[in-house]
Write a protein that binds this ligand. Structure first.
Ligand SMILES: [Zn+2]
Length: 202
């Protein structure tokens, strides 16, 4: 038994749960205790599912969105999408939100993070080089910046915007329907629709 009174393995499980978003110490503890009541088969199934994730869920080679088994994501694989319009987002979560509005017909590019000079996160630490190559190839007509309005998001937007503009690509950003500081991932469809329709030049 550890200092917490739980066996070491339970403490380790609680510590893992605590690393998830929105999970505090108490919630992590409740989740771990609930899981201990599971049948062993269910625990095994969860363990196997988690360990299979790196193989089964792979980044789309075109855009970095979630995809399966090394294939393109469903958006890049669709012949109905306009590949000349690229919406730049930080995470796949934002794609889900924008797709829910059912208004956007272009494709995406997932950076997988933001530039952060203060914490030493540069262009090589995010999925930037493939976006730069895409722009350089001359097939992109418009870049829509859907990055968060914080300092790092704006630094990233300026970086992408400059590169695109140097190549003569139109650069826009989502209109200000989104509240300041709001994460696009949690915006509702109506808000996204307003933001997309009213997008402004960068
Ligand atoms: Zn894709």
């Amino acid at each position: 038994m550890s200092k917490s009174g739980y066996p070491q393995a339970v403490d380790e499980l609680i510590d893992l749960f605590k690393t998830l978003p929105s999970v505090g110490k108490r919630s992590a503890e409740r989740m771990a205790l609930a899981m201990l009541k599971w049948q062993p088969e269910k625990m095994n199934a969860l363990g196997e599912l988690i360990s299979s994730l790196p193989i089964r869920v792979t980044p789309c080679p075109e855009c970095g969105n979630f995809a399966e088994d090394g294939l393109k994501c469903t958006i890049c694989a669709s012949p109905l999408r306009d590949t000349s319009t690229v919406c730049v987002v930080e995470d796949p979560a934002q794609i889900r939100t924008i797709e829910a509005s059912a208004l956007y017909k272009g494709v995406y590019h997932v950076l997988g993070g933001k530039l952060s000079p203060l914490s030493g996160k540069g262009v090589d630490d995010i999925n930037m080089s493939s976006l730069v190559s895409k722009i350089a190839e001359g097939r992109v007509m418009e870049i829509i910046l859907a990055l968060s309005p914080d300092v790092e998001g704006q630094a990233t937007a300026v970086y992408v915007g400059n590169i695109a503009q140097q190549q003569g690509v139109k650069v826009t950003r989502l209109a200000q329907g989104l509240p300041a500081g709001a994460d696009i991932s949690y915006a509702d469809s109506a808000t996204i629709a307003v933001a997309l329709n009213g997008r402004t030049d960068f």
